[in-house]
Design a protein around this ligand. Structure first.
Ligand code: ADP
Ligand code: MG
Ligand code: MG
Length: 925
């Protein structure tokens, strides 16, 4: 029986590709992103130290019994022999010893979440051999003490503090500032002290056997996959648990061999802004994590052009090649060993929303990628982030005039954040989760253990570290505004405060962090919604998204009437100013104008109440006639704003009691009035009429009382009982359309009747309304197109959609009511009591009021579209309400053949991108 292959040497990449049927995603799944790209880099001629990858399958096989699967160790030993051949070094050898790193690397990069051990293979014997070989005793002890600490913490699970106490204590005692000032003797001494830490903490010596070191380190990386940090991170990023991590064994190259050596990280473009300019840091005479950990102040990579021009030139060539090869912005790690450059990692770089959009657009313009690829590179959430509030120059100037400027740092992750300061991750998380506070986490620097606090923060501030520090990378990835390296800030973790000069900010106080500029202010600074106009890259991208959606044939027709283009995005707008914003944001129509909002305006409410309380139809019509002019002018404004585009106006929907004061309020008022009247009576004054009026109102309110108003007299049912209201509304709509049409504007009114459950309801009301439309056109002597349609929000309407489409010219899914009635939940009650638990416990995969429940509610929708179009192929179908702005629901609407989704104006850009994503995902190949 041939044994399973657990180990691939970098130069065996073709074999990994072959077992993955040529699918690079599967290769990445097998070897992890880091391993696959290391091998791939070697294949395209980039200098990579030789090594091999233990597969994710081996990691998964290890987990149940915490034991290496059969054959793994032997395969690792064989691969090691191959590396020895290539490098001419020997693992554990006493002449030219091979040292390796043992590096985690899952399919999707999880920066800093799992563990890596460097300098494996060093022991007392190989250390002497290395000293003999290099003549550089300082370097060898520097590497040795690093191995003991990393092995101690990662493999033996000794706390970092145990080593740091010894290290920092020694530096303090000898008054040494930078690690590079440590002498050979210092490092030799510290190596000995670190060994003592291991013995003290574990009761055994640091293992001298290099093979044992390698095996234990590999197991530790396997175990780190299930560690708390990694699991938390996967929850936050939706990475599945069963992917496993690969382990990469890589020949060590040394950036700590002296001042002609160094190590660094770089992004091929700016991950914060997207600017096409190399962005990174490096440190001379340093190893591995030194740059990211922010231990010493780094230099920008550009400075290498002075310190090592030849290497810099080669570096530029390599990163250009990598960007071309992967057709995306790369995040690389490199090391220079005595003037020789080695690449240690490349991956698609994490970036902010702003950067994602700019890079995608510029790469299209550079001809590197096509428009669909650019669209797919940006997520709907990122578009949302770009429309979130920012500080503007005016409000910041005001804050600084008031003397509230606090400090400046590196603008690591853009956006505005206002919150209360906390100085550690646990407290930050607790204040956010339990006290529902907006929090800002402030730390000297962050570590992977702090991620839960960062996720609970509105903003992050650190006093140390640079643009590629842990805080910066994580903040950018999660879109949390972040300022790092604000070196003027002194943080006192014991006293729980921070200071700049005389100014003190204590835990719990408010600050405002501007991640876009790097400024921090004391107290709260106001925020403004950013203008879309200024975001030219985003506008371009969204224009491409619309073009993609409008491509004929992008949707495969299922039957007659099925749209062959993608979704349009419309907006919900009740007022002309909202309609104008919606249009600016790219809406192609109004999918829902709620007319009842117009009734609530204070100067209109008395007429509305008179209308409700009317005893006769004449009285009612009289009151309604008072409302007509204002409704008409509202609609004129909407039609003007949406010139040439459809505007769907929904006739009155809520139960009438919503327009009246509550019975309890009225009773209170009556009692107060009676007491006043009594006092007045005693003073000999007459009794007022108010009490009688209030009592009349109260009895009307009591008359309208329903035990379940949501399912009572509302929508079309109310219109049947009281047709005067909708007759007035339709008259106002049609007159408004006629008036603007006479001015040369092109109105496209669509009248929407809510809550139909039975076709006979429509049959009663719709003909009366159509007659009014005709009358208005005749009397004004002008023609324009209009439609009458209905909302589908009652399950019965969905089931009988075929009948309903006989009369209705369009459907609009009211998915809020449809979800309530399909599940039999009242939304308010459900969200208040059991729904969260349902989602947490996995009883429901998602909150169905946020994301359409495809199987149930969605099943009814699909049926309604099919049955409706079977009768009326040109039936226009849309959705209004919250789901219309939710990417997964938008995708579903694309799948069932909707013509448009309608959402709030602010969500329109998000929905436009989501609609294009859906169109691309289901486009015929
Ligand atoms: P992470 O996924 O946390 O970035 P890595 O495995 O990439 O962990 O390694 C951590 C650090 O050690 C990185 O800076 C990396 O470049 C460095 N490193 C890893 N392997 C080697 C090696 N063989 N030689 C020199 N430096 C290495
Ligand atoms: Mg790292
Ligand atoms: Mg790395």
């Amino acid at each position: 029986m041939s044994e399973k292959k657990w180990v691939y040497l970098f130069h065996e990449i073709e074999e990994a590709v072959a077992v993955s049927n040529g699918d690079w995603e599967l290769v990445r799944g097998l070897l992890g992103g880091k391993g696959a790209n290391l091998a791939d880099m070697e294949r395209i001629g980039v200098p990579v130290p030789s090594g091999f990858t233990v597969t994710t399958e081996a990691c998964n096989a290890y987990q149940p019994n915490k034991q290496f699967p059969d054959g793994l160790w032997d395969q690792m030993l064989n691969a090691l022999k191959d590396v020895e051949m290539t490098t001419g070094k020997k693992f554990g050898g006493n002449e030219n010893p091979l040292l390796v790193s043992c590096r985690s690397g899952a399919k999707f990069s999880m920066p800093g979440m799992m563990d890596t051990v460097l300098n494996i293979g060093l022991n007392d014997e190989t250390a002497s051999a290395m000293i003999k070989l290099t003549g550089n005793e300082r370097f060898v002890y520097d590497s040795y003490r690093r191995l003991i600490q990393m092995f101690g913490s990662v493999v033996l699970e000794i706390t970092d503090e145990a080593f740091e106490e010894v290290f920092d204590g020694y530096k303090k005692q000898k008054n040494i500032k930078a690690d590079t000032d440590l002498t050979t003797e210092d490092l030799k001494y510290l190596t000995g002290e670190f060994k003592k830490v291991v013995l003290k903490e574990k009761g055994f010596d640091f293992p001298q056997d290099p093979f044992q070191q390698l095996k234990f380190a590999t197991e530790a990386v396997f175990r780190s996959w299930m560690g708390k940090r990694a699991v938390d991170y996967r929850r936050a990023t939706d990475i599945p648990d069963d992917l496993g991590t690969a382990v990469n064994i890589v020949t060590m190259v040394f950036g700590n061999m002296g001042w002609d050596s160094g190590t660094g990280v770089a992004f091929t473009r700016n991950p914060a802004t997207g600017e096409s300019k190399l962005y990174g840091d490096y440190l001379l005479n340093a190893q591995g994590e030194d740059v990211v950990a922010g231990i010493r102040n780094t230099d920008p990579v550009q400075k290498m052009s002075e310190t090592m021009p030849e290497v810099y030139k080669q570096f530029l060539e390599i990163v250009a090649k990598l960007e071309k090869h992967y057709k995306d912005m790369q995040d690389v790690e490199f090391t220079i060993e005595r003037g020789k450059l080695w690449m240690l990692q490349t991956r698609n770089g994490k970036r902010t929303a702003r950067s994602a959009v700019r890079i995608a657009v510029e790469m299209v313009e550079e001809g590197l990628i096509d428009k669909p690829t650019a669209i797919k590179r940006v997520t709907p959430d990122q578009v949302d982030t770009l429309l979130h509030p920012q500080f503007d120059a005016k409000t910041k100037k005001k804050a600084s005039d008031e003397g509230r400027f606090f400090c400046n740092g590196v603008n690591a992750s853009p956006g505005a954040a206002v919150g209360q300061v906390y100085f550690d991750a646990d407290t930050t998380e607790r204040m956010h989760k339990e006290e529902h506070q907006d929090t800002i986490m402030v730390r000297p620097f962050t570590k992977p253990d702090d991620v839960h606090g960062m996720l609970a923060s509105k903003g992050i501030l650190t006093s140390e570290g640079g643009a590629t520090s842990h805080a910066a990378v994580v903040a950018r990835q999660f879109g949390v505004p972040c300022v790092v390296g604000a070196s003027a800030v002194k943080i006192d973790l014991d006293k729980r405060l921070m200071t700049v000069g005389e100014t003190i900010v204590r835990e719990g106080e408010w600050i405002s962090v501007d991640g876009t500029t790097g400024e921090v202010y004391i107290g709260k600074v106001d925020m403004n919604a950013p203008s879309l106009d200024e975001q030219t890259d985003l506008l371009k991208l969204l224009k491409w998204a619309d073009e993609i959606c409008a491509t004929p044939g992008i949707r495969t027709p299922e039957s007659a009437g099925y749209p062959t283009v993608g979704l349009q995005v419309w907006a919900n707008a009740d007022y002309p100013k909202d309609a104008r914003r919606a249009r600016e944001y790219g809406a192609k129509g109004i999918g829902l104008c709620r007319t009842e909002h117009m009734f609530f305006e204070p100067e209109r409410l008395p007429s509305v109440q008179r209308m409700i309380l009317a005893k006769t139809s004449e009285e009612r019509t009289e009151a309604l006639n008072e409302l007509l002019p204002s409704q008409r002018s509202d609609f004129e404004g909407l039609f003007e704003a949406m010139d040439g585009l459809p505007v769907i106006i929904r006739l009155i929907d809520p139960p009438l009691h919503e327009f009246l004061p509550s019975a309890d309020d009225l009773r209170d008022q009556i009692i107060t009035k009676r007491v006043e009247d009594m006092a007045n009576y005693l003073l000999g004054k007459g009794e007022s009429k108010d009490v009688q009026k209030l009592e009349k109102l109260l009895s009307a309110v009591e008359g309208l009382h329903e035990s379940n108003p949501m399912m009572g007299l509302r929508g079309i049912r109310l219109s049947i009982m009281m047709p005067e209201i909708v007759e007035m509304q339709v008259k106002a709509i049609m007159e408004a359309a006629a008036n603007v049409a006479l001015k040369g504007i092109h109105p496209k009114p669509e009248v929407m009747i809510p809550l139909t459950g039975h076709i006979n309801e429509l049959k009663v009301i719709q003909p009366r309304l159509i007659a009014i439309a005709k009358e208005v056109m005749d009397s004004k002597n002008i023609q324009f197109d209009y439609k009458f349609g209905t909302m589908i929000e009652i399950p019965r309407a969905a089931v009988t959609a075929g009948e309903i489409a006989g009369d209705a010219e369009f459907f609009s899914f009211g998915t809020n009511d449809l979800t309530q009635m399909t599940f039999g939940y009242s939304r308010d009650d459900a969200e208040r009591s059991f729904l969260l638990k349902y989602v947490e416990d996995g009883i429901l995969p998602k909150n169905p009021f946020q994301t359409i429940d495809r199987d149930g509610v969605g099943g009814l929708m699909k049926m309604a579209v099919e049955r409706g179009r079977a009768v009326r192929p040109e039936l226009e179908v849309g959705i209004c309400g919250e789901h219309g702005g939710d990417p997964s629901s938008i995708e579903f609407c694309h799948m069932i053949g909707n013509n448009y989704v309608s959402c709030s104006p602010f969500r329109v850009p998000v929905a436009r991108l989501a609609a294009a994503h859906a169109a691309l995902k289901f486009a015929p190949k």
